[in-house]
Design a protein around this ligand. Sequence first.
Ligand code: PAF
Length: 282
Amino acid sequence: MHIFYGKAPLTAYLKSIKTTNSSIGFVPTMGALHQGHLALMKKSLLENDFTVVSIFVNPTQFNNPEDLAKYPRTLDADVEKMTALNPEIILYAPTVDDIYEGETVSKSFDFDGLENQMEGKFRPGHFNGVGTIVKRLFEIVEPTNAYFGEKDFQQLQIVKKMVSKTNLKVNVIGCPIFREANNLAMSSRNERLSTEEREKAAIIFQTLTVAKEKFKTKSAKWVTEWVQKSFENNPLFDLEYFVIADEATLLPCSTKNKNKKYRAFIAIFVNNIRLIDTISLN
Ligand code: PAF
């Protein structure tokens, strides 16, 4: 594995690759790698001459200091997983200072309102942090293609918007959600769940699947209320939001329009651990 902890040696190495006109695939992560991350890397390895992966727990996208402190950091295990997948992967695992150069603050972005819904509403400042780090990483790596999981669908739309509003020349590619055997969406946060919580969290995707079925005949309001009620008396789960939104604008669906694509989004706490999931509805 080629491992770089600083942007100067990384960019020098990438410069030698770029002179050969090769394509570079990029998979940004915060580490604690799971099968979902590895699937993004496999796709990048298939579609590009070189693959760069970043592992960086970005402080500016955490609105909750406890969540940042408890975020799993497992660099050695991550390196083992990547080496087993393909020892040619180029890893960039920078320090906070290498990225932020002494000023750990986010820039302010206008994502045409995409940032004001769901995650943006409940995690103030989160998407400014995401925009800051993804833009910085794109500037350092200058990838041809960048791969993002659809679990963070709002993040994916926001990154696409950022690229379309700046001069960054990168194709942003969304990849399907990877799920555990019980259909719980894979997430580094799942590691913090107990075995029982992890099993019971299957209810999240089950609920989304039933919601999708109900949305065929019922309104968004009806389905939303049904989901809220179904979690009301469940002591293990604390529903933060369930929203049915237009996939392009992320605005909540009030009246169904058959020309639009809709998606359901959920954020839910299991014993203070925040999980999100999403499903396409049509
Ligand atoms: O999805 C993530 O893991 C992070 O938000 C990202 C894109 C790596 C930026 O820190």
